[in-house]
Ligand binder design. Structure first.
Ligand code: IPM
Ligand code: MG
Length: 375
């Protein structure tokens, strides 16, 4: 029997609830298809600050690196939000992303037809939306140094550093071009080249990479107009590639198309391969949502769809990945909705508004497997 080792990092807020749902789904697929998953539980984020005084322990980072892939819920919350704190939950994310060299964050955005009424965007604009945001994840403003506040004779001054090497740009642009080639062959590179030196270098590197991918149609788009076009004609986009902060912002905006931030999965990958596929970190794009944490209200779909990406990218299990995606769509088609998916007009007639656990169970049921069966 094939066996895989996966790290689970529930984190904070709704993280543990959505991770529990995704684990049920992965365990159900494993028992249905006769492979085994050996789970490594890792404490990170605010939970690790409380337990160990750091956002993630170096030994845990090493243990995670030795796994085939990582499933992460969310980190952060008001308890650890002191702006002067030197230890912050988000440091766990940056240690994982940067430390494991996961330089490309893939955020696919599709619209399930049954969720069109859940989006505030007009239905005719949502037709045919199928885009992939490729966000650079290990450089830019998130990692540039200095990043600090200083006391000066003029008062407090703060500085962050926007830094990119051509190598950092090239590797993520190449991956985005490869992905575009496997899709509709269109790549939009998003920058702010009319203002930023890093963006002008970004544009040059994109243009230098183009000859390797002559079959991919490439265009450059300024980030401000891209933000507008994402709601005006979202169906026109195929793959977008952009630097870290632009990708962070544009992906939350694009999530509105899918009906809720709670629907969107993500995969963070680099070049490293394991025996089964590309090593990766999989997490929903929503945060820890402390306001609804621990109340069985969170939407587990983004995490479950992240688990599907894990099956595909890190374990090479394309069939089971597609089954998980189909099971999520089937549960939605059958009327299951977490609170965030109730239609924008508030009319839930004919729908079954459920919590995290029931939504996860409905998805497991639609995989055609009973959890624990056959193991
Ligand atoms: C995301 C999140 C994180 C980010 C936060 C929690 C630091 O917004 O994954 O998009 O900005 O990268
Ligand atoms: Mg974000």
């Amino acid at each position: 029997m094939a066996g895989y080792r996966l790290a689970a990092i529930p984190g904070d807020g709704v993280g543990p609830e959505v991770i529990a749902g995704a684990r049920l789904v992965l365990d159900a697929v494993a028992s249905r298809d006769g492979f085994s998953i050996d789970w490594l539980d890792v404490v990170a984020g605010g939970a690790a600050i409380d337990a160990y005084g750091v956002a993630i322990r170096p030994d845990d980072l090493d243990a995670v690196e030795a796994c085939d892939a990582v499933l992460l819920g969310a980190v952060g919350g008001p308890r650890w939000d002191d702006p002067d704190a030197t230890v912050r939950p988000e440091q766990a994310l940056f240690a994982l992303r940067g430390g494991l060299e996961l330089f490309a964050n893939l955020r696919p955005v599709t619209v399930l037809p049954a969720l069109v009424p859940s989006s505030p965007v007009r239905p005719e604009l949502l037709e045919g939306v199928d885009l992939l945001i490729v966000r650079e994840l290990t450089s830019g403003l998130y990692f540039g140094r200095p990043s600090e506040q200083r006391e000066t004779p003029e008062g407090r001054v703060a500085v962050d550093t926007l830094w990119y090497t051509e190598g950092e740009i090239r590797r993520v642009v190449r991956l985005a071009m490869e992905l575009a080639r496997g899709r509709r062959g269109r790549l939009t590179s998003v920058d702010k080249a009319n203002v930023l030196a890093t963006s002008r270098l970004w544009r040059k590197v994109v243009d230098e990479t183009r000859p390797e991918f002559a079959d991919v149609e490439v265009n450059h788009q300024l980030v401000d107009s891209c933000a507008m076009l994402l709601v005006r004609r979202p169906a026109a986009f195929d793959v977008l590639v952009t630097e870290n902060l632009f990708g962070d912002i544009l992906s939350d905006e694009a999530a509105v198309l899918a009906g809720s931030l709670g629907m969107l999965p993500s995969a963070s990958v680099g070049d490293r391969r394991t025996a089964h596929g590309r090593f990766g970190l999989y997490e929903p794009i929503h945060g820890s949502a402390p306001d609804i944490a621990g109340r069985d209200l969170a939407n587990p779909c983004g995490t479950i769809l992240s688990a599907a990406m894990l099956l595909r990218w890190s374990l090479g299990l394309d069939g089971p990945a597609a089954d998980v995606e189909a099971a999520v769509a089937a549960a939605i088609d059958d009327g299951y909705r977490t609170g965030d998916l109730v239609p924008a007009d508030g009319d839930a007639a004919g729908l079954r508004v459920v919590g995290t656990r029931e939504m996860s169970a409905a998805i497991v049921d639609r995989l055609g497997a009973r959890v624990g069966a056959g193991t």
